[in-house]
Ligand binder design. Structure first.
Ligand SMILES: [Zn+2]
Length: 234
């Protein structure tokens, strides 16, 4: 009789432990799912708009799409980030359409992918741009102080992500970084979304071109970008 009671007590404890573990796990899953940060990945060009030419058969639109798809593949489940691809096939999406997608989704961040070109055959390496935000676009805040705060947040978030990406790409391409710069961005002009443009490297440089065309490097770049997103939203 005592033995039976002892066993059932042990079983109860085990059951209780199991229930607690289950509840903790379930609530963690729920809170992670509830706090998903949406990032739009914008593979530059597409369809009729080919971008810069790398070879007779491969243009910028192919490289940006390959990296975006590799990023989606790289982002495993069970984290607080969700990627939305502006396009996941070779199709034309014009500037207005892209802006509309951003306005509809209202992402927490936007990353645009491009390939650089020009400045002579010696120009090489990656470059990251981030936009300048004006206080005049912040309509939902009433006071000057609130407008300023919101503007600063957009600006700081963009710069922070740019620097994280720079750090991670530096590991991949030592001494190849051309820096982080502020630039006008027609895609996000007037929109309240923190963003960066990553010019992955130069199609006009022989060594860079070889890297851009390599599946291995495309995957490495995607990995570095996913790592950066995870760090930013940690
Ligand atoms: Zn481009």
């Amino acid at each position: 009789m005592i033995q039976v009671r002892f066993m059932s007590y042990k079983k109860k404890i085990l059951l209780l432990c199991f229930l607690i573990c289950f509840l903790v796990f379930f609530s963690l899953e729920l809170s992670a799912a509830g706090k998903k940060h949406v990032i739009i990945i914008n593979p530059g060009h597409g369809g009729k708009d080919k971008g810069i030419e790398l070879t007779k058969d491969v243009t910028e639109k192919d490289i940006t799409l390959a990296v975006a798809l590799a990023m989606r593949k790289e982002l495993t489940t069970g984290n607080n980030i969700e990627f939305v691809l502006m396009r996941d096939s070779d199709k034309t999406v014009d500037l207005e359409e892209r802006r509309k997608i951003i306005e509809e989704i209202k992402p927490d961040f936007l990353i645009s992918l491009h390939v650089n070109g020009g400045f002579g055959k010696n120009a090489s390496g990656f470059e990251i741009y981030y936009p300048e935000f004006g206080e005049d676009i912040i309509k939902e805040e009433k006071t000057v102080k609130d407008k300023k705060q919101k503007k600063n947040k957009l600006q700081n978030d963009s710069l922070t992500m740019a620097k994280i990406i720079q750090e991670n790409l530096n590991v991949l391409f030592p001494r190849k970084g051309r820096g982080v710069r502020k630039a006008d961005m027609p895609l996000t002009d007037g929109l309240l979304v923190p963003s960066v443009v990553v010019e992955m490297s130069f199609a006009t440089n022989t060594e860079d071109k070889k890297k851009l065309l390599s599946r291995e490097t495309q995957k490495d770049v995607a990995e570095a970008l996913v790592k950066s997103c995870k760090k930013f939203f940690r």
